[in-house]
Design a protein around this ligand. Sequence first.
Ligand SMILES: Cc1cc2nc3c(=O)[nH]c(=O)nc-3n(C[C@H](O)[C@H](O)[C@H](O)COP(=O)(O)OP(=O)(O)OC[C@H]3O[C@@H](n4cnc5c(N)ncnc54)[C@H](O)[C@@H]3O)c2cc1C
Length: 410
Amino acid sequence: MAAEIQSPSGRHEVIVVGAGVVGSALAMALGERGVKALVLDPDLSGRLSSSEKNAGGVRATWWQPVNIRLCLASIRYYEALRDEVGFNQKGYLWLYGRDTWESALAHLDLQRQLGHRIEVLTGAEVSQRVPEIDGLDGVAGATFAPRDGLINPNLLKLHYQSRSRALGASFADRVFVYAIRRAHDEVRLECWQADEALSDQALARIMAQDEIGDAQGGRLFEVRCSALAVCAGAWSPNLLKLAGLGSPTQAVRRQLCLVHCRATNLAGHGMIVDTCGLYFHNEGQFILAGYSPPEEPPGYSFRYDGEEFFRNEIWPRMFARMSCCERLRHVGGWAGLYAVTPDRSAILGVAAEQVFEAHSFSGRGVMQSYAAGQELASLIVTGRPGRCDARPLSRERFAAGALIPEPLHI
Ligand SMILES: Cc1cc2nc3c(=O)[nH]c(=O)nc-3n(C[C@H](O)[C@H](O)[C@H](O)COP(=O)(O)OP(=O)(O)OC[C@H]3O[C@@H](n4cnc5c(N)ncnc54)[C@H](O)[C@@H]3O)c2cc1C
């Protein structure tokens, strides 16, 4: 757990709102540049955060150069910390249908030029690699990227937080930002700090409604900063609205299912992505499987549909690919939030004078967190992009019509 500052006050060089994997990576990157950030979050343990609810996949298998660059830089960092953050490079096996296979082949040169190792497999080679896959209907081809893999997102976040703390950052818990005023040379944040940890229900309500309502107890205070960084994941549009700024981002529920297959546990493999968008990997003695129904409406819902989700979305797709999954058993699951933009790429850069942002990573915030933190810290401290050059992710792209659609979004 990162160092906790009991009663934040006064003026700070940089305040980061949101202590998820992205805000924590930013605090570390700022510390590396000599800036001691103050990080605020209503729940430092991150119970509702997407950093807590994700599938732990890490891949540079993308089609947009900026997404590949950010992931490759992050993978290099995770490789150096392999044991500390539980980074297991068992690869990503991606199955393509007839409608996407030509595009997948067309992006191989770009991926390889940028340094991503990726192999092409036929259907027969897929079954050789993963003998459990014995149904190849609709599979036109596949790719396998051996440096991709799975990480423990919680250990990664704790790594960023403990290194940030060693570099002088402080983290304040139970702090909810409910008003933001931009003055000519500083940003003022009005905050409420609860006396005790809030229940999940209370947390969900105040974060989604963006107001403290009739909160009892705690204390109200103001903190000021020269630069504000909004890293509040799916809640970022609310914070930006407080600062008078718009955002095209929407929160969308995503569900993950833990299943048990007596016949196999897929322990020898990394992440497998099916033509239909189903993704799954081994998780201890179980398999973790996710699927994102395209008709899911936006909103701050954490409801897990349980057996119904398993029966309608997960089981039929897994059984169609692997006959050993006929008697798949539903063990449990959960729901978390994706922060989704119209082109499915993140927003990272300057939001307004003195206001910076890094959010809306949809399904790739963990895998891009290291490089995202470095890029935003570079912008805040020097005004210049970092080595990965994440300028294409700036919010200006929406007004300029320079969208960067990422079709490998799942
Ligand atoms: C089901 C699912 C599967 C996923 N799978 C993957 C995967 O395999 N690989 C991958 O890379 N990514 C995956 N993701 C996406 C990834 O989890 C996110 O992109 C990433 O965690 C975002 O991190 P973040 O720090 O931006 O946001 P979060 O982790 O959500 O953190 C935001 C923080 O902001 C705080 N906050 C909110 N409102 C306020 C406020 N008013 N004041 C102060 N603080 C506030 C919250 O408490 C929270 O701690 C998945 C996500 C889901 C839901």
